[in-house]
Design a protein around this ligand. Structure first.
Ligand code: SAH
Length: 372
């Protein structure tokens, strides 16, 4: 069924998921029940994804009676319901906590870069099974995969907010809770929804997927030949260090991961971003920088150094700014392309790796990905 999903148009996929949520087998069953012509489904879809209306009642192209009937049976444009919203003190970062139909919760973050870019960071899973030692989501364990519309609707929420003063979401990053490539089909379906020119209409080049490094999925993604950006959470240039903080490295070691990256670059000719969180005394020496530089093989390899954001459980310290800049200098001198990231939203725990729904039960912490 999931593979059939790839064949559906974004609109069909959206209508099927929304109809399903309202208790129908699929969009065809919904259409049959209400005697809807295909253009009615298109009006619904456009209202939700392009016009960004608040709810079914506000889709003015639909007859009032139909709006009332759909609303009454629980047909909703939003699979995520806002629970709370927090704003950083500088006003540039907004974090939303959203409840899913089964009570699970996920977070998503809007980052406004001085009015130039409005980037939304979205979650692909409730929790995460990969247990990276430095990540709050990973410390809490895995609950479930999100559906394509549960992912898309996080972006829709912020798009609606921005639209109120004539602004738009300009970029989407899959850097919220979860491992996007462990929920590959739903994430690619969400990408199709985000990208659809008849709907949300965000260009592939404005979307970035960040992965812990699932080699088989990197190959699949290369074959998909999209223009979507790929980021790899590297965080260490040696297997010993990487395995000590990222259990996934025991399944896909660095050599295997970097081979997959080379295959991806050969196939797509696209740049790959390597995320590298700076941890004091763990991965931040000049030697580590030189080892990292050796793995960066040319202009399509780009390192993003991320200052560590504190998490509730981890007994880990971030590198101080001087060490980060010195590390960047070593990389640069060795010819690697490097950017030092500016953290946003730390004061509301909205920065990279800090997302964790407060209500997420710790009981799930035992559930881990098969990595052995
Ligand atoms: N599962 C995906 C998305 C994770 S979040 C992945 O692993 O790429 C996006 C980025 O934030 C990843 O690079 C992740 O390793 C990083 N990150 C996690 N915890 C962090 C923390 N506490 N401080 C800074 N970056 C962190």
């Amino acid at each position: 069924m999931l593979h059939l999903g790839v064949m559906r148009s974004p609109q069909q996929l959206w209508v099927d998921e929304k109809a399903h949520r309202a208790g129908y087998a699929d969009g065809a069953a919904l259409a049959a029940a209400h005697g809807l012509k295909p253009y009615r489904l298109e009006q619904l879809y456009r209202g939700a994804t392009k016009e960004l209306v608040e709810d079914v009642g506000a889709i003015s192209t639909l007859p009032l009676e139909l709006r009332g009937a759909l609303g009454a049976e629980g047909f909703t444009l939003d699979d995520v319901a806002l629970v709370t919203v927090q704003h950083s003190s500088d006003g540039q970062t907004t974090k939303g906590l959203f409840r899913l139909h089964d009570g699970n919760e996920v977070e998503a973050v809007l980052m406004e870069h001085h009015g130039e870019r409005n980037t939304v960071c979205i979650s692909s899973q409730a929790g995460c099974a990969y247990a990276c030692a430095f990540c709050a989501t990973g410390q809490a364990g895995f609950t479930r995969n999100l559906t394509a519309t549960e992912i898309f609707d996080q972006a829709r929420y912020f798009a609606k907010q921005l639209a109120r003063d004539g602004r738009k979401v300009t970029n989407i990053v899959f850097m919220g809770m979860g491992e996007p490539f462990a929920n590959y089909d739903a994430v690619m379906a969400a990408v199709a929804l985000l990208n659809d020119p008849k709907g949300f209409g965000l260009g592939h080049r404005h979307i970035t997927i960040s992965t812990v490094g699932l080699v088989d999925k990197i190959d699949l993604f290369a074959e998909a030949q999209t223009q979507v950006n790929l980021a790899i959470s590297l965080h260490a240039a040696s297997d010993a260090t990487r395995s000590s903080m990222m259990p996934v490295n025991r399944k896909f070691a660095l050599a295997e991961l970097m081979d997959a990256v080379e295959r991806y670059i050969a196939k797509t000719k696209r740049k790959v971003f390597f995320e590298y969180v700076m941890l004091a005394g763990i991965n931040d020496s000049d030697g580590d920088a030189r080892e990292l530089a050796r793995r960066m093989k040319g202009p399509l390899y780009h390192v993003n150094l991320i200052p560590y954001n504190s998490t509730p459980d981890a007994a880990i310290r971030g590198s101080d700014p001087a060490r980060i800049w010195a590390f960047a200098k070593v990389l640069e001198t060795a010819g690697a392309a490097v950017t030092v990231r500016t953290p946003m939203g730390r004061d509301i725990a909205a920065a990279c790796g800090q997302l964790r729904a407060e209500t997420q039960p710790k009981a799930h912490a035992g559930e881990r990905a098969e990595i052995a």
